[in-house]
Structure formats: C-alpha cells, structure tokens
Design a protein around this ligand. Structure first.
Ligand SMILES: NC(=O)c1ccc[n+]([C@@H]2O[C@H](COP(=O)([O-])OP(=O)(O)OC[C@H]3O[C@@H](n4cnc5c(N)ncnc54)[C@H](OP(=O)(O)O)[C@@H]3O)[C@@H](O)[C@H]2O)c1
Length: 286
C-alpha cells in the first residue's frame, strides 16, 4: 500500500511516517513546504499514485484561531476538502485527523462517535468543518479519526512544557477541572495503520487512550517521570487560568467504533505514559 502523510513534520505526522516505515509501508512524507493542503491543484498532484492519504496537517494554535478563524478554517476545513476531493479522484482513501474540540465538553459520560458535534471555539468549528468536508466529498472512502490531549517527542506538548516549567521554576499550577485522555502520537499512528489495514468501513473512530484524568493528575505523572516530587504540581481551576479559546471541561471519548471493527483501543493512559515518558521527555538531566 502506498501512503501519503501530509503535515509530516508535525508532532503526529513525524511519528505517523516513522511508524509506517517501521512496518514496511511505502510512504511519501509531505511537509508544509512540499504540499500546502489548501492548494487543490497541488493536492491533486500529490495524491496521485497513493492508496491512502493521512492528513496530519492542521492549524493547531487553538488560541490564535479565535482571532484568525478564517485562516484557521482555510487549513482545517478547506484543506481536508481538497485532499478528499483528490483522494476520491485517484481512488484513494483519506484519513482525516480530528479532535475532541468538535464537542462542547459538557457531557458527563464518554462521547460516542455518533454524538452531534457542538464546537465552542474557532478551532473546534474549523475542525468540525474538516470532518464534514471529507464525509461529504468522499463518503465511502473517508475515515475521521478523532484524538485528544496529544503528546509526542516531536513537538510542543503538555508533558514537555510541564516538565520544563516545573524544573525551571520549582513548581507549576495545573487545572483540576478539565478531564480527558492523555494520548501518545505513536499510539494514534498505530490505530490509523490498524484501521486502514483492517479495511475498516468509512466512518468516525476515536483514537484516545483508555481511562481518564485531569490535567492536574497528568501533570503529577509527568513530573514524577521527570524525577521530581508530585508535590511540585499545585491545583488550580479554569476560572483562575482563562485563555482566549474555551477548553472543553470533559473530553473523554468512547471507543465503541474501534471495538466493532476489531481494532483494539489504546490502553489506559497511565500504562502508555509509562512507556512513552522516556521518549517524550528525553533522557533525565544530569
Ligand atoms: N496536539 C493536540 O493536542 C491535538 C489534539 C487533538 C487533535 N489534534 C489533531 O492532530 C493533528 C496533528 O496535530 P499535531 O499536534 O501533530 O500538530 P502540529 O505539530 O502543529 O503539526 C501540524 C503540521 O501541519 C502543518 N501545516 C499547517 N498548515 C499547513 C498547510 N496549509 N499545508 C500543509 N501543512 C500544514 C504544520 O506546519 P507548520 O508548523 O510549518 O505550520 C505542522 O507541521 C491535527 O489534525 C490536530 O488538529 C491534535
């Protein structure tokens, strides 16, 4: 199978390309300089000769999207449409990576894949537009794979930031009132590979770790992995830490669709963090 990975220099894109190569797949890695996904002509040319397109390219600056919604939606909504159009024309499947931000975060039980989207931020609206675009454009050949609370070795992410700040300042405040599923980019890449190789039906799938925790609990696990005491993390609340884009309070996604197609959901976040931490945080200082 011939794979095209867009946004290949991003945090997920880098691990997506690496995992596919490790598994012996034929992969074209397209970073932003080699393919701007908002250019339909370039997308058409780039998709030619591939069987699967994984769109890991996105505008991911969640707060900046509030003041640049048109620009963010051009990448997160129109980009996926251009890729899905090209994929359909060339008989390829398209995997659109999406996010928990398509939901409003007011649920109290895990979001099903079929729950109606209700984004409350500009970023969430753009990502929801991307989901709609691939479903409308390529209904039989599109997989929407939502993930959340992503961390990896090749980008700025919560654990790397927390470990650095806690070490530099000796303490860090983290919110207790947002709950989700910390998820390793390598695990998302493995789910995408498994879905495609299983020839999973077009539809929506959730690739997040199992279990759940607050950012505060995740931060405690991070600092312990970094060799610090968990007490360096102090609790705070979202009210004391207001940011331009509202954060969903509850971002736990259910995995029923994966179960139905026989792809095992990602294991509990605690066990996956234990495996990922040395790679994501790098070797301990000193
Ligand atoms: N990070 C998270 O916590 C999280 C959570 C849920 C879902 N997701 C989703 O996961 C996917 C991957 O996210 P990530 O964390 O890996 O993001 P990332 O590290 O910011 O990577 C995104 C990549 O897309 C590239 N890009 C931006 N605009 C582009 C364009 N017009 N054409 C081609 N490439 C473009 C970026 O290039 P430049 O850097 O040069 O702009 C960057 O390399 C995204 O769909 C995101 O919405 C992320």
């Amino acid at each position: 199978m011939r794979w095209l990975v867009t946004g290949s220099a991003g945090m997920l894109g880098t691990d997506m390309v690496a995992l596919l190569r490790e598994r012996g797949e034929d992969v074209t890695a397209a970073d932003r300089a080699s393919l701007d996904i908002t250019d339909p002509v370039a997308a058409h040319a780039a998709v030619a000769g591939h069987d699967v397109v994984v769109n890991a390219a996105a505008w991911t600056a969640v707060d900046d999207a509030e003041t640049h919604e048109v620009d963010a939606t051009a990448i997160n909504g129109d980009g996926p449409r251009a890729l899905a159009t090209a994929a359909r024309a060339h008989g390829a499947r398209v995997v659109q990576i999406s996010t928990d931000y398509v939901f409003d975060g007011t649920a109290t039980t895990p979001y099903d894949e079929s729950t109606d989207v209700a984004p409350v931020s500009a970023y969430g609206r753009g990502k929801a537009a991307g989901e709609r675009a691939v479903r409308e454009t390529h209904p039989d050949g599109s997989l929407v794979v939502r993930t959340a609370w992503l961390y990896g070795a090749h980008g700025t992410c919560f654990p790397r930031t927390i470990a650095r700040v806690a070490a530099e300042r000796g303490g860090v405040e983290v919110v207790t009132d947002q709950v989700g599923q910390p998820t390793w980019t390598v695990d998302v890449a493995a789910v995408v590979h498994a879905l495609v190789t299983a020839d999973a039906p077009a539809g929506t799938y959730h690739a997040t770790s199992s279990g759940q925790c607050s950012w505060f609990e995740f931060a405690q696990a991070v600092v312990v992995a970094a060799g610090l005491e968990s007490s360096v993390v102090a609790p705070t609340t979202s009210d004391a830490f207001v940011r331009p884009a509202p954060r969903p309070a509850y971002s736990v996604l259910g995995h029923a669709a994966l179960d139905l197609v026989g792809v095992p959901p990602i294991a509990d976040w605690t066990s996956r963090w234990a495996v990922a931490a040395p790679t994501v945080l790098g070797p301990p200082a000193g």
